[in-house]
Design a protein around this ligand. Structure first.
Ligand code: AMP
Length: 402
């Protein structure tokens, strides 16, 4: 990575502002139901504390939209983090202001402070320079380890860096960029992208960028049906983006002129309605009745896609193959996760771009057999689109020796 990292700075005796992604799910009683985002940031936090640094952690949680929402307080996270670190974690009830300043200044070497939810202030998402300055004034050095918000130019990810001589990446960001970056820049081939999810519009930039890089694109999920419509086929009441039919046609033409294999489902699971108890049928893609909708890929598609994965050496996946939130339409997505794990066992590098596909890998019980599961759905998508992520672009460049 061409950015400085936490390994490049001397933290001993320094106050280090660390932007982490502690946007964890909480149940109604403030219990953390999945702490993987916290555990993912532990290597960076431990490195700072073990190096005699004074860590001042900041994060958002949920979407409080500039108001103090007690259910979105980071206080339970401070308690949980203390358990994970086996050391106390201090907490400041506001991320800027007198209490935060006092608590930051009172830290001893190797101690840790967590600031309250950044998004209790609208100035955070507005990237307000004054707010960024106040946040930065708490510390001597800045580390960004929040890949999940790296695609946003917020005060704590972008504005704040203007106030530090050195702004560096944490280990989590370093790892994300290493895997995603290597896959795009220098992939082992054949390189296959699996794209699913609801809409073409959400994935069009990824499709266009990947056309230039991959050998195979496998399409599943709701967006497949707009392609079928563009091919003049009957799609029943399946999800359709009427205004994207032309775009779908252009992509299909582009696929013909590139040497990329662009594969759509050959069969699907259909039902009259999206319902837990709906009667299901598996039909060939040309046989969708006018009053039914496609809600998952079928077994023949799975076989076709699995064959491509088995021959692939790099696989990137973003987006479910069906309405995986419903058990009976989740089989295609869960099975794809399994096939991806199998390909990984056989030597492929596999990368899941966060969000729904990451949830599917967990559901399939194959999380540990995937090379890399991104912690940032939106950020990894923008990376795959070939866009520069503002939170990473703002970090200090490493000087590359020639
Ligand atoms: P995205 O955010 O674009 O990746 O889309 C994810 C959503 O796509 C999930 O909530 C799925 O339920 C939905 N989805 C996947 N396949 C289908 C389908 N065949 N019909 C309708 N929605 C789908």
């Amino acid at each position: 990575m061409n950015k400085l990292t936490v390994k490049d700075i001397a933290v001993s005796g320094k106050k280090v502002l660390v932007r982490v992604d502690f946007n964890v799910p909480l149940d109604g009683s403030g219990r953390i139901t999945d702490d993987s985002r916290i555990t993912a940031s532990l290597p960076t936090i431990r490195t700072i504390l073990d190096g005699g640094g004074r860590a001042i952690l900041c994060s958002h949680l949920g979407r409080p939209k500039g108001r103090v929402v007690p259910e979105m307080s980071l206080r339970p996270v401070a308690e949980h983090l203390a358990d994970l670190l086996g050391a106390p974690v201090k907490f400041a009830a506001d991320c800027i202001g007198e209490e935060a300043e006092q608590k930051a200044n009172a830290l001893a070497d190797g101690q840790c402070l967590l600031l309250e939810n950044l998004r209790f202030h609208n100035e955070e998402t507005d990237n307000d320079p004054d707010f960024a300055g106040k946040l930065a004034s708490l510390a001597d050095l800045y580390v960004n380890d929040a890949f999940g918000t790296a695609h946003r130019a917020h005060a704590s990810t972008e504005g704040v860096t203007k106030h530090f001589d050195r702004s560096v990446a944490g280990f989590l960001i370093e790892k994300e960029i290493e895997y995603l970056g290597r896959a795009l820049a220098n992939p082992a081939r054949p390189f296959t992208a699996i794209l699913g999810g609801a809409k073409i519009s959400g994935k069009i930039d990824v499709i266009n960028n990947l056309f230039e890089k991959v050998d195979n694109i496998l399409i599943g999920g709701g967006m497949a049906f707009t392609f079928f419509k563009a091919m003049g086929m009957e799609i029943g009441t399946s999800l359709l983006e009427e205004d994207k039919i032309e775009l779908a046609r252009e992509i299909l033409d582009k696929a013909k002129s590139h040497s990329v294999k662009f594969l759509l489902p050959v069969d699907c699971v259909i039902a009259a309605e999206l319902d837990e108890d709906a009667d299901l049928k598996i039909v060939g893609i040309n046989d969708i009745p006018a009053d039914m909708k496609g809600l998952d890929i079928g077994p023949d598609t799975l076989k076709l896609f699995s064959g491509i994965l088995a021959d692939s050496k790099t696989i990137v996946w973003n987006g479910p193959m069906g309405v995986f939130e419903y058990a009976q339409f989740s089989l295609g997505t869960v099975a794809m996760a399994g096939q991806m794990a199998l390909a990984t066992d056989n030597g492929a590098v596999s990368i899941i771009g966060g969000g729904d596909s990451a949830a599917a890998a967990i559901k399939a019980g194959v999380k540990d057999r995937i090379t890399h599961i991104s912690t940032g759905g939106g950020a990894s998508l923008e990376f795959l689109e070939g866009k520069s992520l503002p939170g990473i672009a703002a970090l200090t460049d490493a000087i590359i020796e020639v």
